[in-house]
Design a protein around this ligand. Structure first.
Ligand code: AR6
Length: 207
């Protein structure tokens, strides 16, 4: 038993701040809103069904969130990853989570942007979120956390990435309402926390 693990009951459902909602293209849907959390902290501590990993094509580990996940999981994760034949940009592959409190890790490879993005990168980032959610559903996994894929070393501008992340999750939940109980946006930086707080009302509006 580890006191630093964070179970789902300690991750509150996202709530509007009470400020006037941002202009939204989407209909208010309280059932969907109840499935969303914003959590600032270390994704490796979450005791949920699956955490997404912002990996590279080798799937053999790296820095950033990938490094933290491999450190927490231990060497058996790398061993399993080494059997998968890598992963293409936008695709997702599932493994066990070994020493982590989550049940599974869903590895995905974000686009390398280095500060500028076009439609190719945007679509690849969308594919990352979508394919992680689809992989979770295929494995009957109902609680999933995402880091801010591609916005670290890979240089995707966070204020553009947040739009892709929120839009893809919103549309997935609309299309698959019975398959998913909770999607956690796990931010690490204060700036991403602020960004998600300001943009969540546009994708998950209240009445
Ligand atoms: N929990 C949650 N988020 C984290 C954590 C953590 N423990 N640590 C960092 N972040 P990055 P990328 C945030 O660079 O841009 C690796 O070397 C971080 O603040 O990890 O997709 C891979 O092997 C940022 O917001 O991923 C690849 O080579 C976010 O995670 C490459 O980096 C993503 O930053 C992938 O680059």
């Amino acid at each position: 038993y580890r006191t630093d693990y964070i179970s789902l009951d300690k991750v509150p459902v996202w709530k509007h701040s009470g400020a006037a909602s941002a202009k939204s293209l989407y209909k208010a849907n309280d059932e969907l809103n109840q499935k969303i959390s914003l959590f600032r902290g270390d994704i490796t501590k979450l005791e949920i069904d699956a955490i997404a990993n912002a990996a590279n094509k080798t799937l053999l580990g790296g820095g950033g969130v990938d490094g933290a996940i491999h450190r927490g999981a231990g060497p058996l994760l790398r061993k399993e990853c080494s059997t998968l034949g890598g992963c293409e940009t936008g695709e997702a592959k599932i493994t066990g989570a070994y020493g982590l409190p989550a049940k599974y890790v869903i590895h995905t490879v974000g686009p390398i942007a280095h500060g500028s993005v076009g439609e190719t990168e945007r679509r690849a980032l969308r594919d990352c979120y979508y394919n992680c959610l689809r992989t979770a559903t295929e494995n009957q996994l109902r609680t999933v956390a995402f880091p801010c894929i591609s916005t670290g070393v890979y240089g995707y501008p966070p204020e553009q990435a947040v739009e892709v992340a929120l839009k893809t999750v919103r549309e997935y939940l609309e299309d698959n309402p019975a398959q998913m109980d909770r999607v956690i946006f796990c931010v690490f930086l204060k700036s991403d926390d602020d960004l998600y707080k300001s943009r969540l009302p546009a994708y998950f509006p209240e009445d």
